[in-house]
Design a protein. Structure first.
Length: 242
């Protein structure tokens, strides 16, 4: 059976503090993790969680992915921004224009995210996290559509987006130019398989779609996760069946 998007993971030198920030911004519940990490849980247990894991990789340049948070009204947008600032976020400049309606912020670890203005039709009905917006090629968008079996909901001018058949957050890729990758990504996908699935067969399927096994020389890690790379070289992991 196909692996599911179990979590979007952040590597952080202070995972508990970063989890508290995102729990406060999103209004999602905090939960302890099995591997020195902590998670914030979507109110719908069928949706992905956000996991915060120990990591000391320094931040070099902008992340390859960031959250776009939605707003129901101008006042709702202001409240989200104020809440994020009160929890330790900050305004940052990534080249946005004064007339842009979205607000660009960074969390306490410096990870970028946007609070989108009300009325954005593309993100309508997606929930508080409207999108995980990624820097990536059309090829990688096609890969993830096939890997997760999520349909394409946008495919134009080499920009792609996919969404679960059940709705929720969209995963988007902006197309060229794609900035060179520098170091290990701070944000990455964690996939999980149903209990009766054959993980080796699933890894083989992902490889046939264009993924590669990371050359760590270690196989799976101590938590039973296999590290892989998508066609753009972004890390992701596949968990043992639960």
């Amino acid at each position: 059976m196909t692996s599911q998007l179990f979590a979007i993971c952040f590597n952080s030198p202070r995972p508990s503090g970063l989890a508290r920030f995102w729990s406060g911004v999103l209004g999602w519940e905090l939960a302890a993790g099995p591997d020195d990490g902590v998670a914030v849980l979507h109110p719908d247990p069928a949706r992905f969680r956000i996991r915060f894991l120990p990591g000391q990789e320094p931040k070099t340049g902008q992340n390859r992915a960031h959250f776009d948070l939605t707003s129901a009204s101008p006042e709702d947008q202001r409240q989200t921004v104020d809440r994020a600032l009160g929890l330790g976020g900050k305004h940052i400049d990534v080249g946005q224009l004064p007339e842009d309606g979205h607000v660009v912020l960074a969390d306490p670890d410096g990870n970028e995210f946007c609070v989108i203005e009300a009325g954005n039709k593309f993100l309508a009905g997606t929930g508080v996290i409207g999108a995980l917006a990624c820097d990536g090629t059309q090829e990688v968008g096609y890969f993830w559509s096939k890997a997760l079996r999520w349909p394409l909901v946008w495919d134009q001018d080499q920009e792609t987006a996919i969404q679960s058949p059940h709705g929720g957050t969209k995963l988007t890729w902006g197309g060229p130019p794609v900035a060179p990758k520098t170091g290990t990504n701070r944000l990455y996908f964690e996939l999980a398989l149903p209990a009766d699935a054959d993980r080796d067969a699933e890894i083989g399927r992902l490889v046939s779609l264009g993924a590669t096994l990371a050359e760590t020389g270690e196989g799976e890690d101590e938590d039973g996760r296999v590290l892989m790379l998508d066609p753009d070289g972004n890390e992701f992991t596949v968990r043992r069946p639960c």
